[in-house]
Design a binder for this molecule. Structure first.
Ligand code: PGA
Length: 254
């Protein structure tokens, strides 16, 4: 992704059915297959990856999953490995989403291992980082986010971020109807880039830093227009095809 184009990723969470996906994917394929420059991806629950691949293969739209196992094959009941995701043509893999790190106690170490595994399998990790409201109110949001990034940098070096996506998702903004302000998004996306590129002493090629948390068609323009914000990770706004199409088209007009 060595370009200045925006990227919009839908996180469908644990919603959908074969029937509703079929309709949803059909609409997206019709309306988003001729965007001029925006990369679009949709991250599904695992059972629907085959369906996503069947419908989207050969289009401009990418698909992916919302998690991955940290090991590749083995006696890990209920887990799905990076090579299996690759087998279904996944382009994107969300890693470290706060709904997982909170509910399933995922550590920064686990998240770093998953991130590396996704890169090693030629897919694009979408790493979620962000602070809680208490952390923001205490003014330690940069310390929290840099801690999340540091585990990857310390274990694998900053170059691992080449051609990957980082989603700044303040936890207080997810599912809340209270998106971060453009100023807050700009400040943190700038901080993230400076932190990683500072550790690398050089620019990181193809790194996209996007914003997530209550993105919708009303606030997308003011967020995406920022040069520091390379696009969005969209939860609820991706569940209704018309709304997601609007958001992607806004990104494409910038
Ligand atoms: P939201 O979710 O857009 O519904 O706030 C974003 C996310 O969880 O990635």
């Amino acid at each position: 992704m060595n370009d200045n184009n925006k990227i919009v990723i839908g996180n469908l969470k644990m919603y959908g059915s074969r029937a509703s996906n079929q309709e949803h994917l059909g609409l997206l394929k019709k309306d988003l297959n001729n965007l001029k420059k925006t990369h679009v991806g949709l991250c599904f629950p695992y059972p629907y990856l085959f369906q996503a691949q069947s419908v989207l293969e050969g289009t401009q739209l990418g698909w992916g999953s919302q998690n991955v196992a940290k090991s590749d094959n083995g006696p890990f009941t209920g887990e799905v490995s990076a090579s299996m995701l690759q087998d279904f043509g996944c382009k994107y893999v969300i890693v470290g989403h706060s709904e997982r790190s909170t509910a399933y106690c995922e550590s920064n170490e686990n998240i770093a291992t998953k991130f590396k595994g996704v890169v090693d399998h030629g897919m694009t990790p979408v790493l979620c980082v962000g602070e809680t409201l208490i952390e923001r109110e205490a003014g330690i949001m940069e310390r929290v986010v840099s801690g999340q990034l540091e585990t990857i940098i310390n274990n694998y070096g900053p170059q691992l971020f080449k051609n990957t996506v980082i989603a700044y998702e303040p936890i207080w903004a997810i599912g809340s109807d209270l998106a971060a302000s453009p100023e807050q998004a700009n400040a943190m996306c700038t901080f993230i880039r400076e932190f990683i590129e500072g550790a690398n002493n050089a620019k990181i090629e193809g790194l996209k830093i996007i914003y997530g948390g209550s993105v919708n068609s009303e606030n997308a323009l003011q967020l995406f227009v920022l040069e520091t914000v390379d696009g969005g990770l969209v939860g609820r706004g991706s569940l209704k095809p018309e709304e997601f199409i609007k958001i992607c088209k806004i990104a494409d007009q910038i």
